[in-house]
Design a binder for this molecule. Structure first.
Ligand code: CA
Length: 511
């Protein structure tokens, strides 16, 4: 170790060993987490629901600004190729908790109940002496397990005046849910004894459908027109049946309730209702008078949808700012890892859609920013392929807890420190199951490399699609049948087969 710091030495050993097993042993030997006699890092995992990375200014959003969320990227690392393995709410959450794909953790779709008796990373952190808490949107149908404290929205939860279930007891709160979840998170952080390592899962309902803005942001963006995506009027030519037969388009699927053309919800307080009516009433009157048709109607719907979506995000941004400020004021910032992500991406009018589910880019991508001043260089960016599958192993790595062999993800710890393991994945595996079901997105699985994406839609369909993301990043032309890509298809099918075997996915049709 002559001339080397301990960290450099560990890095070089891990690089040489080049295996996940060696990495987790070294993590136990403290590459990221505790060094003997020093405090283990705290972890704050911030997750929103349906926040697409193209609605974050640190990802170059053309439609909004997120100054507080950007702080996490500016003071830490931003990941440009962070993907989920099954782009829908409950399944993604179960993957994060267990570090295992949907077919192994049991939550293949939103209708299943999570088996809380299985191994999860919060349980392992708790066993290792961490204080653990889960506050906000849980969405797994059974009560949270592995937490010293939990206070969660039942099911989807309400945007205003929510009921919350605190350690099994339900209570109602008055106010806007994004603020209330943050109040609870801050209260819990303030209740901790100094020096006690903790892991807080701080999870928002926003900006999930039906995108109800808070009182502070109801008229934000009233005076501007938000840019439209270039494929808002996609007609799905050059694509297969799956894109044509979905039910998630702004033009056909979005309801009057989504568009706030129906009266305000009954559970609002008189003051909340007054603000709501003042914001939507005059705009709705003008809309009715205009009698829009065809493309103009779609354009109006897009504006109403995207503004409400972005208003919900503005509130998240404010509230995350409150938490970051508290970490600064309390002196916790230096020793606290802050993760920001969302349970999947979302279509912001891209392909004419809202919602998620497809393996296409906008919903496959998850925003991911991580700040930990001690080990992560400020303003760094990684384009390595990382997955929600990796989050649990990463938290364990931070805590110096060995990653169990049956977790299928890998710690991104070395990437965060600027050195990617030699054997890091070059491709990722995806599988979506919820069909028949809401939004009619057909079952599919696939593989994505840095350049290509191969998808197999199955069940009541048997169609393959191939995209060359270098030439066609918006995925407007399926080139599966193009003879000049025959070798690529062959390679990708081999890779897909390898990944299905590796992750033990024998569900449904073989490749
Ligand atoms: Ca979601």
């Amino acid at each position: 170790m002559k001339g080397q710091t301990r960290r450099e030495f560990l890095r070089s050993v891990s690089y040489t060993a080049g295996s996940a097993a060696a990495l987790s042993i070294l993590s136990g030997g403290n590459t990221l987490g505790q060094t003997s006699g020093k405090k283990r890092p705290n972890i704050i995992f911030i997750m929103t629901d349906d926040h697409a990375s193209h609605a974050l200014s640190c990802y170059g959003s053309k439609i909004n600004k997120t100054p507080n969320l950007d702080r996490i990227a500016n003071e830490g690392m931003r990941f440009d190729n962070s993907f989920c393995t099954n782009s829908i709410c409950a399944p993604c959450r179960a993957v994060i908790l267990t570090g295992k794909y949907s077919h192994l953790n049991g939550i293949t779709d939103n209708r299943k109940k999570f088996d809380g008796s299985q191994q999860t990373f919060p349980k392992l952190l708790q066993k290792a002496g961490y204080k653990t808490a889960m506050i906000g949107k849980w969405h797994l149908k059974t009560d949270p397990t592995g937490f010293d404290y939990w206070n969660v929205l039942p099911g989807q939860g309400a945007y205003y005046n929510p009921a919350m279930k605190e350690m099994g007891r339900q209570r109602k709160y008055t106010g806007y849910t994004t603020d209330i979840i943050t109040d609870h998170a801050l209260k819990w952080l303030k209740s901790l004894k100094p020096g006690e390592p903790f892991c807080l899962m701080y999870q928002h309902k926003a900006p999930h459908r039906r995108w109800e803005p808070g009182p502070k942001h109801l008229t934000m963006y009233d005076d501007v027109t938000i840019a439209e995506p270039d494929n808002l009027f996609d007609d799905y030519s050059n694509r297969g049946r799956a894109a044509k037969e979905q039910d998630m388009s702004i033009s056909r699927t979005m309801t009057e309730n989504d568009l706030k053309l129906t009266p305000a919800r009954k559970n609002l307080t008189p003051e909340q209702k007054r603000l709501w009516d003042a914001a939507y009433g005059p705009k709705n009157e003008a809309f009715k008078k205009a009698n829009l048709q065809g493309k103009e109607l779609v354009r109006w719907k897009y504006q109403r949808y995207i503004k409400d979506y972005l208003r919900c995000i503005a509130s998240v941004d404010d509230n995350v700012g409150r938490v970051l400020d508290y970490l600064d004021e309390s002196g916790l910032a230096e020793n606290t890892v802050v993760f920001y992500t969302s349970d999947q991406g979302f279509y912001l009018g891209d392909h004419g859609w809202f919602d998620k589910r497809f393996m296409y880019e906008e919903s496959l991508r998850m925003p991911l920013m991580v700040r930990y001043p001690k080990k992560i260089k400020a303003g760094s960016v990684s384009d390595e392929i990382v997955l929600n599958l990796d989050f649990g192993p990463t938290f364990l790595d931070f805590a110096g807890v060995p990653v169990p062999a049956d977790m299928q993800g890998k710690s991104i710890g070395r990437i965060l420190q600027g050195s990617t393991p030699a054997d890091w994945r070059k491709s990722m595996y995806y599988h979506y199951y919820e069909y028949p079901g809401a939004h009619s997105v057909k079952k599919h699985y696939g593989v994505r490399t840095r350049r290509y994406k191969l998808i197999h839609f199955y069940h009541d369909i048997d169609e393959w699609e191939l995209y060359d993301l270098a030439k066609d990043p918006r995925e407007m032309k399926d080139i599966y049948g193009d003879a000049s890509y025959a070798d690529i298809v062959k390679e990708l099918k081999t890779e897909l087969k390898r990944l299905r075997r590796k992750y033990k996915d024998t569900t449904d049709s073989p490749v």
